[in-house]
Write a protein that binds this ligand. Structure first.
Ligand code: SF4
Ligand code: MG
Length: 338
């Protein structure tokens, strides 16, 4: 069976005044309906760029893209702006961290949800209003028939996020891209929003790409996980595989900052020493090598000179020069010494 979304060897480069930024450098993944793929990484790892590219929201004049993005069998990279606009909101939809930036302050919540619905279905204003109320009810807004006439500033942060989800789901999209949608919220509201997304996914069968820097959120919501570093995928697998038996030194570093996988969902990612790489002048070889504590274990200085390939078997894989057995021993030693 063909996966619902299939991304193959995606490369996204864009030109800036300072040179070419290699934001995404060879990314491959599949996503099935009703599944959630968590993409985790620090800022500047290429996760947001990947998703803007899927949505066709990248700046076309500055961007060079290679590879393939198939949504339900349709190639998106060769789609026209018009085709993409039809797909957005209808077949694929998105929610962002900042609901205020996605909602217009000048129109009521109901008008905005209704407008999206009308645009894609040709429904009447009356039908669109009824649909907006229904969606607000679904995302848990109390008194939706009254609140539908509120403006965004009359909603709390959590309620705005719910309204944005209502707007994103009003046309039953099959793919929802969520880019740090809970990052600005307090822990309780964050947990509520994650529960809401899971419920809605059950109900609608939506495929979700959930982008976050927070492994606690991944532990809560993802089925599969893709760990990105410096524009490349360094590790992938099921959530259980990646969180319980990490294979890549970078993933291990991320996990080391979590007290326990069953801990609270608001554990922030404690930074690994050093800074994420510049994608203008990415490090040679393994992009993680300037920050990796295992480079001296790899013979011949390969880490700095040769790109480790991501070898994937049954959806599981990682990109590191260290032989797997040796990695497992080293990781076990570290875990023992904590
Ligand atoms: Fe570290 Fe080398 Fe493995 Fe990269 S290839 S993660 S630098 S050991
Ligand atoms: Mg981002």
């Amino acid at each position: 069976q063909q996966p619902f979304l299939s991304v193959k060897d995606l490369q996204v480069h864009f030109s800036t005044e300072d040179g070419i930024v290699k934001a995404v450098d060879g990314l491959t993944f599949d996503l099935a309906k009703g599944q959630t793929l968590g993409i985790v990484g620090e800022s500047g790892s290429g996760k947001s760029v990947t998703n803007l590219t899927i949505l066709g929201l990248h700046d076309r004049r500055r961007t060079t893209i290679d590879g393939e993005i198939l949504l339900d069998g349709k190639e998106l990279l060769s789609a026209t702006e018009k085709e993409l606009e039809l797909l957005r909101g209808n077949k694929m939809s998105m929610i962002f961290q900042d609901a205020l930036a996605s909602l217009s302050p000048f129109h009521t919540i109901g008008a905005q949800i209704g407008e999206t619905y009308r645009k894609h279905t040709g429904a009447s204003k009356k039908e669109a209003r009824a649909r907006a109320i229904e969606m607000l009810r679904r995302v848990g807004i109390p008194q939706p028939d009254v609140r539908v006439d509120d403006y965004p500033h009359q909603f709390s942060g959590g309620m705005r996020q719910r309204a944005m989800i209502a707007m994103a789901l009003v046309c039953d999209p099959e793919l929802l891209i969520a880019d740090e949608p809970t990052t600005a919220l307090d822990v309780t509201v964050q947990a509520q929003i994650l529960d809401l997304l899971k419920d809605l996914q059950q109900e609608f069968g939506t495929a979700i790409i959930f982008i976050t820097h927070d492994l606690g959120v991944i532990a809560d919501i993802a089925d599969d996980v893709l760990v990105m570093y410096g524009g490349r995928c360094v590790e992938r697998g099921t959530k259980e595989e990646v969180l319980r038996t990490p294979q890549h030194p970078y993933t291990l570093g991320l996990l080391s900052s979590m007290p326990s996988l069953d801990g609270p969902v608001d554990v922030p990612l404690s930074p690994i020493p050093g800074a994420p790489p510049s994608l203008l002048t990415p490090p040679s070889g393994c992009r993680f090598h300037p920050r990796c504590t295992f480079t001296d274990k790899v013979a011949g200085g390969l880490c700095a000179t040769e790109r480790p390939l991501l070898e994937v078997v049954d959806g599981r894989g990682s990109a590191c020069h260290l032989p797997m057995e040796q990695r497992q021993d080293l990781f076990a030693d570290l875990a023992g010494s904590r």
